[in-house]
Write a protein that binds this ligand. Sequence first.
Ligand code: ADP
Ligand code: MG
Length: 682
Amino acid sequence: MSSVILEPVTSLKGIGKETAEHLGDMGIFTINDLIWTFPYRHEDYRLKDLAATPHNEKVTIEARVESVPSVLYLGKNKSRIQVTVLAGRHLIKVVFFNQNYLRTKLTPGAIVTVSGKWDRGRQVINGTSIKFGPKTDSVDFEPVYSLKGSIHQNKFRKYMRQALDVVGKEMKETLPPHLIEQYKLLSIIDALEGVHFPKDSEHAKQARRRFVYEELLYFQLRIQALRKARKENERGLAIQYDLQKLREFIKMIPFTLTKAQQRVVNEICKDLKEPHRMNRLLQGDVGSGKTIVAAIGLYAAVTAGFQGALMAPTEILAEQHAESLKNWFEPIGVRVALLSGSTKTKERRIILEQLHNGEIDILIGTHALIQPDVVFSNLGFVITDEQHRFGVEQRRILRDKGMNPDVLFMTATPIPRTLAITAFGEMDVSIIDELPAGRKQIETHWLKNEQLNSVLSKMEQELRQGRQAYVICPLIEESDKLDVQNAVDVYEQLATIFHGRYKIGLMHGRLHPDEKDAVMREFTEGKIDVLVSTTVVEVGVNVPNASFMVIYDADRFGLAQLHQLRGRVGRGEHQSYCVLLADPKSDEGKERMLSMTQTNDGFKLAEKDLELRGSGDIFGKKQSGLPDFKLADLVHDYRTLEVARQDAAKLIYDEAFWTGDDYRHLREMLEETGVLNGERID
Ligand code: ADP
Ligand code: MG
């Protein structure tokens, strides 16, 4: 890197000690730091036609002053100045607050360029900036930065301008020329210019395109390098399972595996046998039958003399898994135990002892599994269910309880395939994309809020036949408290309506975990007929007798979440129904409701979600451990991501990449992350 770039910001004109301190608070110390601080948006000063500008939108107009300004004094240093101007064909008013000095400058006939918020009803622009004279072409866009302390946007822009001028030609290209050529990317300096001070919107767009590609290429290089290193170096366990026993076990299962399950079982078993460590993500829509796949994998490990562990995010889920696995395993002598927060001290002690001396083959549980005193004798295979519910650290702790055991993550959050294989590039991905035969499609209806009564009578029909129902309560902003209040209101209302006929239960996030479990248990056992709940019921709960679900204010939920919720019904032999109550205002909301009624396929919905909304809860940053990108957005830019992935994979296996000058910068970036020394990111 050239020396100018590494000089401290104080080498720029106008930056003294105090300003430098403020910049330091923002992590900006050198000129290099400064130029890589990107604006989060641009102020758009392009001239607009008022007739086409919606209410409350920002506009910039060129106008002629038509009246003498009137000034209203509102107290000490406070004033309001108003003047009539002619903008094109529109005679409108412009208002400024506390800019008294404008009084003498706004003389009739003067030409001004005004920016502000357009009040369409009152035909007034509430001005934020004014320049005298016609608009000059050069400043269509001004960058707006996220700043700390007392640094003003205008000042910051000046520093940035200076920095870019100083750096100018000295800035070295960071991407190899053949890629710049191939994708017609802007040069680095042109792109920096376009990110900060674009000439026009096309310039801004091209600048963004370059940096998004670069960012994603670098991200993928890291992942691909890691993957290569892992495949080459990281020894895992070669689990030599007993194929014969596995076949017999599969024959004993009371149903036939779907093709997708068979395929995924094969993928997992192949990984188990290989000497490198398995690091696999198993995706399968709700109800696609991931549990039996997990069980087969665990059993394979057991037949090779290893122990297995299955971690679930809630007690209910862990219990359900334990129950299923005990049913399948006890007849063949595989010893299964359940460990959770509510395991009694004495029982816990016995379990830990048996685990330690190898008398337990498979341990199922909640977070309780990762406590330090849980010690396995020979842990070979670890599975986490609903992997996004656990932090990276928790998953690591569990893994470290074995000698580099194979690891499988399961998730029911459908992620479009392209996105999954690229974003989780360092993992292998298995997908169960088929539901067991004979499943009845859940009938989904979208009704208006005012039709609640007919929905409730339909629900009662189901209850009369002995079925159970879920009522999911509105989600209010981000406030857990309000959600709870809502659930309580709905609960009380239903308890009154169905009084003496059906038992209503209430479930929400503020209940103590014990209370939650108690309510859930009563519902599972059929003692509660209708469960009113917030979204806490979302994950994995299996009550096959529940055939009816109402979701209040369904348009407040994203598609992924609606789909997860709906997956609570349709789990048994009964025809099931899901009613979305919603009066969406936006077209996007309407389309979401329609999509839900049109398909039960989680992957299709996930792609629709991408199209409609972008990111949202497909990728919470925390849950995925994905890096914080400056510009790239894994959802909107997923095509670029795929391109970058292919390029990265090619580069990593290309001799020239490791020696050639064109690649020096990328190589250095890789070296800095430690990926090349075998440090891992998961
Ligand atoms: P999920 O993938 O949502 O965790 P589960 O593993 O809980 O799904 O399976 C849902 C239900 O489907 C369970 O009752 C399970 O026994 C049943 N099931 C799984 N696979 C099959 C199959 N191939 N044929 C019939 N039923 C199956
Ligand atoms: Mg499950």
